[in-house]
Design a protein around this ligand. Sequence first.
Ligand code: HAM
Length: 444
Amino acid sequence: MSEETIKYETFQNPKGVHDVLPGDHEYHTYIKKVVRHRARQAGFKRITTPVLEYTEVFNRSIGLDSDIVSKEMYTFEDRKGRSLTMKPEGTAGIVRSYIQHGMNQWPQPVLLYYFEPHFRYDRPQKGRYRQFFQFGFEIIGESDPALDAQLIQLAAKIYEDLGIMDVFSIQLNTIGTPECRKKYTQALEDFYVGKERSIPPEFRDLITKNPMRLLDKKDEDLQILAQLAPSMKDYLDKESLEFHEELLSYLDELDIEYVENTKLVRGLDYYSKTVFEFWDKNEGSQNAVGGGGRYDGLIELMGGQPTPAVGFAAGVERTIANMKREKIRVPSKDELHVFVAQLGREAKKKSLPLIEELREAGVKTMGALGKGSINIQLKIADKFDVPYTVLIGLTEVRDGTAIIRDMEKGIQETVNFDDVTKRLVELIGKGNLDKYSPDELLYS
Ligand code: HAM
């Protein structure tokens, strides 16, 4: 077989994971900018924990009976037989890091935010992927319902900035302290025992393991039972009730609308007291766009000092899907301003420093491609959809000039070669330049 005829099989990405192509990166960049801006305003600093953690970090924090740990983790043994897991969420790793780096010695509370990929071996479907990005916030070291309120407000502000808060409702509940939850869990177990026939077989072991998880399942029979089941409200102790009442009063003060949802429990074991989710008003709990809550016992459970904390995380893909559905467009910063077309080796030589000068001035420029005729290069310029093209032919090299062509209007002007950058900056407008100056960012 000759070399040309060999055909190799092409590759596809694994099921449930995706390329983030340039079009979607514009959304990623924009969301990241909004998150960073709002985070900084509120004193949060960015953290990145590794993709890999020892499996025990997640087993102990999220809980062995949770869906995430029991079914959805990417766990493997490394070459020395240690069990490692690709992070399915951010909170557990951050708590590990808080303890490991002695962050309890930092000014409290410690406010951290992240924008990271996470991995869950879920059944891929709309809004549910095996690799997905989350942005999130953790406030560690202080127990005050005013922090829960501010965190909910921060999440709502980000969604307002992204133009989609109107399509969400904030679902809010308290699941109390571990002590009152113990009593409630027992009451729920007593309620569900004997009703196994109405409970789908795959959920029956939750009756003894984690009956609260039966409350927010989508199954119709379980929803009917949940209506009849004992209510958490009747089991809340004074501390949990007062904390919740205070949180509600702060949310009211901040004019934040919420829905009190006593069936909301969330799927991770580390929560106590406040839990909340942002639901798409059309889709309900199916694809919550974000969720969080208080986890006052987790730091101690992970080996640290008893330390209260509250946090929130949102799915970036679900956020983008909502933005697209609501026809929210983000500014495209990737579009070029100028294409430089030239004819002949001399012109090409002259165009290289010009391209450099334009880029330094903040003009997004591309050019000096190939040896095609000016017409062919103009066609390339058209494909890149640039507003302006610079043409340098033999005459221009001889005269020390260049032609600037307005691609939309189809008109052109001849300018002195040395004035090309100045003229283009005028045409594009100073406010539209893409300027970056690293030395501005350094202190010495
Ligand atoms: P979570 O509810 O498991 O909470 O995830 C937060 C958000 O991540 C979800 O609301 C959803 O938008 C997105 N998400 C989760 N799984 C997937 C998936 N398979 N595909 C696409 N998006 C997904 C947590 O992870 C907690 N760590 C939140 C938290 C922070 N609690 C306290 N601090």
